[in-house]
Design a protein around this ligand. Structure first.
Ligand code: IPE
Ligand code: IPE
Ligand code: MG
Length: 248
């Protein structure tokens, strides 16, 4: 851990820019990356997993406390069944090949989203992986699986409505902080930087509440080409942004 602190200090961008505590990435462009190479979409997703590996290692080396990666949205079920199952297969492969490194590197793996809708064997794999890193206290890697921000917020509303109905919650006390505490991101640092690759300029239902005052960065790089250097560049751009939160 002390080694991490040293490398984080060394990685603070020139010019004294500060490091984002929590970075989220909409990993987009795998299909277009494959198409450019006349390869099947699967090859793009496979290359995307390699980028996940590189970028999550780089985030740790930079000293970023939490990295949240959008791997499967609640809308991605609309893709052909074969592609959905390819994505599930790659998730299995990623857990199998990378969990030992995460345990060793003191990474805390987290999941947001309703992954209980995934195939039973995958749910078991995910639960085992989460359990294996649960006692770690280092950097947090959050994978968003079957995640949708509107569904997340609706779930909070439902949950608070139940408490109000049974008399354990006074609706007048519901405020932003209470909603924050009910979200699946409640134990993560505030979202500082949201990156989307591939040139698309939209949030696609990702962390809508949490992004209220995040800095947004849209880059043209396709996800499989995004790497540690690209992350360092994003962090350095973040360091030059002036955050005003409505003030002066
Ligand atoms: C992102 O790449 C990966 C997932 C959404 C799982 P895409 O598959 O969306 O790639 P494009 O947008 O078709 O290029
Ligand atoms: C967003 O990418 C979801 C993930 C990266 C997992 P999409 O490619 O699914 O988003 P849209 O359909 O272009 O909005
Ligand atoms: Mg896409």
């Amino acid at each position: 851990v002390s080694g991490q602190t040293a490398s984080a200090a060394a990685a603070i961008p020139a010019g004294g820019g500060i490091l984002p505590r929590h970075v989220a990435i909409i990993m987009d462009g795998n299909g277009r990356w494959a198409k450019k190479r006349h390869l099947p979409r699967f090859a793009g997703h496979r290359a995307g997993v390699e980028a996940v590996r590189k970028v999550s290692r780089a985030a740790r080396a930079l000293g970023i406390e939490a990295l949240t990666l959008y791997a499967f949205s609640s809308e991605n079920w609309r893709r052909p069944e074969s592609e959905v199952s390819d994505l599930m297969g790659l998730l299995r492969l990623f857990i199998r090949t990378d969990i030992d490194e995460m345990v060793r590197d003191n990474v805390r793996l987290r999941v947001i989203g309703d992954y209980r809708r995934f195939p039973a064997d995958l749910i078991t794999m995910i639960d085992n992986a989460l359990a294996r890193t649960a006692n770690n206290d280092g950097p947090i890697l959050v994978i968003a699986l079957n995640y949708g921000a509107q569904a997340e917020i609706a779930a909070v509303a439902r949950q608070l409505a139940v408490q109000a109905k049974d008399g354990t919650l006074d609706p007048a006390t519901i405020d932003e902080a209470m909603i924050d505490r009910e979200l699946q991101t409640n134990d993560l640092p505030p979202l500082d930087l949201m990156i989307r690759t591939s040139g698309e300029v939209r949030l696609s239902n990702f962390l809508l509440w949490q992004a209220a005052y995040a800095e947004l960065l849209f880059v043209d790089t396709l996800w499989p080409d995004f790497d540690g250097e690209a992350l360092a560049e994003a962090v350095s751009i973040f360091g030059q942004r002036q955050r005003r939160y409505g003030g002066l």
